[in-house]
Design a protein around this ligand. Structure first.
Ligand code: GDP
Length: 283
């Protein structure tokens, strides 16, 4: 799904999240573990305001583990707890409930002291498109989706997804826009497949990705394409990969579009190993 974000859409998305904040105890901010910075909404602090928040670094299975730990420490240093999760297999799911309970302990104790009966924690998942919101909701829900407002004409009732006895999620996540005004962020989102359609030029994304791999993951790049050395010129690197993988056009020329497609497909499907595109020093 690719959403074209216009000012009107942004205002609407923001309003929808703001309305739902009234119903919940905690916000789960879903980010891509390969892009813990670039996959965040630029106005997230303002939007979430003072609601307790838990950052979930999703797709942790695809990210560089050491850097995921560094990013978690960074979030912690900024007062935001975080957990690395993999919504596809379910890694980290138990921790979500445990950490949420810890974050909300005082609030629930206060409510209990006032005589309010104990109830499940209520949460809202927010994040940019393709970060894994639906996958996470389905993974948490298993088959426990309780429909409370699916009759025609009932538009105000929210639907809650029960997660065991202790957590309830709003079944519609808050979809927020990415930081697309920053070109580098755009390349990173495109390289990881967070932006699915070719909004940016395919070859430009591949050039960015290959330069990035040359700088940060030279070993993985060399191993994948059997390169004894990585050529200094990006054009030479394209030529070598294209030749090795048979991405050729008539006349023996390298097909750069085909080579770009191949490299990007392999990056996205973990063939180049686990990769994290955001670095702490870039902050
Ligand atoms: P949404 O737009 O935020 O709801 O994103 P989706 O739930 O539709 O997920 C987008 C893509 O990411 C899908 O192809 C999912 O299968 C994939 N995905 C979601 N979570 C994970 C994860 O933890 N690991 C991996 N490897 N892929 C994931």
């Amino acid at each position: 799904m690719t959403i074209q974000w216009f000012p009107g859409h942004m205002a609407k998305a923001r309003r929808q999240v703001t309305e739902k904040l009234k119903l919940i105890d905690i916000v789960y901010e879903l980010v891509d573990a390969r892009l813990p910075l670039s996959s965040r909404n630029p106005m997230i602090d303002e939007i979430v305001q003072n609601k307790p928040r838990l950052v979930l670094l999703n797709k942790a299975d695809l990210a560089d583990k050491k850097l995921t730990e560094e990013w978690m420490k960074h979030f912690k240093d900024n007062g935001i707890p975080s957990i690395a999760v993999d919504s596809q297999t379910g890694t980290g799911m138990k921790q979500i409930v445990a950490v949420s309970k810890e974050i909300l302990k005082e609030k629930f104790e206060r409510l209990a002291a006032k005589g309010v009966r104990h109830r499940p924690i209520r949460a809202l998942i927010v994040g940019i498109p393709n970060v894994g919101k639906s996958t996470l909701i389905n993974r948490l829900a298993k088959k426990n989706i309780t429909k409370t407002g699916d009759r025609p004409g009932v538009t105000t009732a929210q639907q809650w997804v029960k997660v065991g006895k202790e957590l309830e999620l709003l079944d519609t996540p808050g979809i927020l826009w990415p930081k697309f005004e920053d070109e580098l962020v755009g390349y990173k989102l495109a390289a990881t497949g967070a932006i699915k359609d070719a909004i940016l030029n395919l070859q430009e994304i591949a050039v960015f990705a290959l330069k990035f791999l040359t700088e940060y993951y030279p070993g993985q790049l060399q191993e994948r394409y059997g390169l004894e050395e990585i050529p200094e010129e990006i054009g030479d690197l394209f030529d070598e990969i294209g030749k090795k993988r048979g991405c050729m056009m008539a006349g023996g020329y390298i097909d750069y579009d085909k080579t770009s497609e191949l490299v990007l497909r392999e990056i996205r499907s973990e063939k180049l190993g686990k990769l994290t595109f955001d670095r702490l020093h870039e902050i």
